[in-house]
Design a protein around this ligand. Structure first.
Ligand code: MMA
Ligand code: CA
Length: 309
């Protein structure tokens, strides 16, 4: 009956039924889509949750592993530290032992030092005594030496004079026996009892002295006005060295023939020991004497020697 009523009513409202069906389908579709979306969302959530859980598990695992490694490292460090501490304490003990040994050695050394210092002081006093004695001996020696030198000089002086005297006496003897004693070597000029050589060429006093001795003569000694006049006549016009000097004692002039200063012909105002000191005597062109610096170069120098028979 109802079915009939229904089928009866159906044609009356055909549009509304279609509308109703469309809406239902839409709703169903909507429901389906919503459900599918929810299902998808839920699946995503579940997936996300699962992934998060996995990650957490992984993290936990890593953390646990890290913890384990850290613990192991800490244990290793602890072990190493303990080893180091024991090593350090051993070293410390060893050092203590060494320190004690060094301290005792230092004490011994300071004792030795004290001994050495005592010894040094003793030696110093001995040394000063020795140096006093040495100085005394040195003084004695230099006294003896200067005494010896003076004696030697005096003896040489006497010998020279004696030789000179003997030579003169010998000549006088030969002359009194009738011999002719007036012989001079070539280039030498004879005057009275001597021969003279008038050297030329620049020389210092000492070089002139050496040149004369090489010629078996001496730098000239002058003992009379006649001799001086003879020399003035022959003298070099630029000046000549003669055999007179005051080398040892200033102002005390000595002739090369060792005879005393019995005649002089000083230029007025001379000798003056001028400039850097003047100990050697030269003869000017006028024949006058001047004390001059021994290192000066003079062009002339006069030698003498006794005549030979
Ligand atoms: C020179 C020199 C001296 C000498 C004086 C005299 C300047 O020095 O020859 O020995 O005494 O002249 O004026
Ligand atoms: Ca002078």
């Amino acid at each position: 009956m109802e079915e009939h009523a229904y089928s009866v009513e159906f044609p009356k409202f055909p549009r509304r039924r279609r509308q109703c069906c469309q809406r239902g389908t839409l709703l169903a579709l909507l429901g389906l889509v919503t459900t599918a979306m929810w299902a998808g969302l839920l699946t995503l959530l579940l997936l996300w949750h699962w992934e998060t859980v996995q990650k957490l598990k992984q993290l936990e695992k890593t953390a646990a592993q890290n913890d384990l490694e850290t613990v192991q490292k800490l244990k290793q460090l602890e072990k190493t530290a303990a080893q180091n501490v024991s090593q350090v304490s051993k070293d410390l003990e060893r050092h203590k032992g060494e320190q004690v040994a060094q301290e005792s050695q230092a004490a011994k050394m300071s004792q030795s030092m004290e001994k050495i210092q005592d010894e040094q002081n003793r030696m110093k006093s001995q040394d000063s005594e020795l140096s006093r004695n040495l100085n005394g001996l040195r003084e004695d020696l230099s006294d003896l030496q200067s005494q010896g030198l003076n004696e030697r000089r005096a003896a040489l002086h006497t010998l020279d004079r004696l030789q000179e005297e003997v030579a003169k006496l010998w000549i006088e003897l030969r002359v009194s026996n009738g011999s002719t004693c007036n012989t001079c070597p070539d280039d030498w000029v004879h005057f009275q009892k001597k021969c003279y050589y008038f050297g030329e060429g620049p020389k210092r006093w000492i070089q002139a002295r050496f040149a004369c001795s090489k010629l078996h003569g001496r730098l000239v000694s002058i003992h009379s006005q006649e001799e001086q006049d003879f020399l003035t006549r022959h003298a070099n016009k630029k000046g000549s060295w003669i055999g007179l000097r005051d080398l040892n004692i200033e102002g005390e002039f000595v002739w090369m023939d060792q005879n005393p200063l019995d005649y002089s012909n000083w230029q007025p105002g001379e000798p003056n020991n001028g400039g850097q000191g003047e100990d050697c005597v030269m003869m000017r062109a006028s024949g006058h004497w001047n004390d001059a610096f021994c290192g000066s170069y003079l062009d002339g120098w006069v030698c003498d020697r006794l005549v030979t028979c």
